[in-house]
Design a protein around this ligand. Sequence first.
Ligand code: PEP
Length: 269
Amino acid sequence: ALHRRPIVAGNWKLNPSTRGEAITLLKLLAANFINHRNDNNNYGLASSTLPEVVIFPPLPYLSDAIQILAGSGIQVGAQTAGPNEKGAYTGEIAPSMLVSSGVSHILLGHSERRTLFGETNEYINMVLRKCLDIPSVKVILCIGESLSEYENGLLETVIDEQLRGCLANVDAKYLLSDRIILAYEPVWAIGTGLTATPSQAQYAHEVIRASLAKYYGSEEVASAVRIQYGGSVTPESMEALMSERDVDGALVGGASLNADSFTRIFDVA
Ligand code: PEP
């Protein structure tokens, strides 16, 4: 991960089924992260060596998450947002509504949003630019190739297309200032138990940095941006992934629903 601060995010997706279960999990995570911070202090480590940790619960649990995690050091994000600010858009959620409710991060372009809900690079770009208009909120932008694209040798092409489409008219300053974090999630590894090997992840992250360097004409942008790996990350696979130079953290689905597993994952980061 070189000089970049690790970032670990837990994407709860449409889980857990009840608010009570969510509250139990949030309380455990808050306590565990406070312990993690105290252990760090006891070893004389500065708090800047702590990973950034963000939880993405379903919308109805956001205010509980914000309350329960307040002061713990864990931040709260939203799993998606829409491109409109206000008006007659029944069911939609505006980025400004999330941010003014205490959300610090917004996840965009998750492969489930792309495949199940028809989100395109162009649509994701529209929402991303709305998010960037709001001072301080960070976006985790997900990209990654499908299994057939991978098997057909299209990884480089797909990553380049996704980056160009999602980052159209997005100024380099947003990457340089950490307002945009990327998550590389090969679709074939999400929820399948098939983690990319550390060297597969490292290679894809290098491809991402090379695309960014070309698109922005800047090596500085390419090396500043943090890139998480996502796809069946477990406490067991985390250490080897994090030892790769260009892997700066993890976006965790399944394992983020278990307090013990998720804690072991951020302990490693
Ligand atoms: C995800 O949803 O972003 C994800 C990586 O899921 P899982 O860890 O369950 O593969």
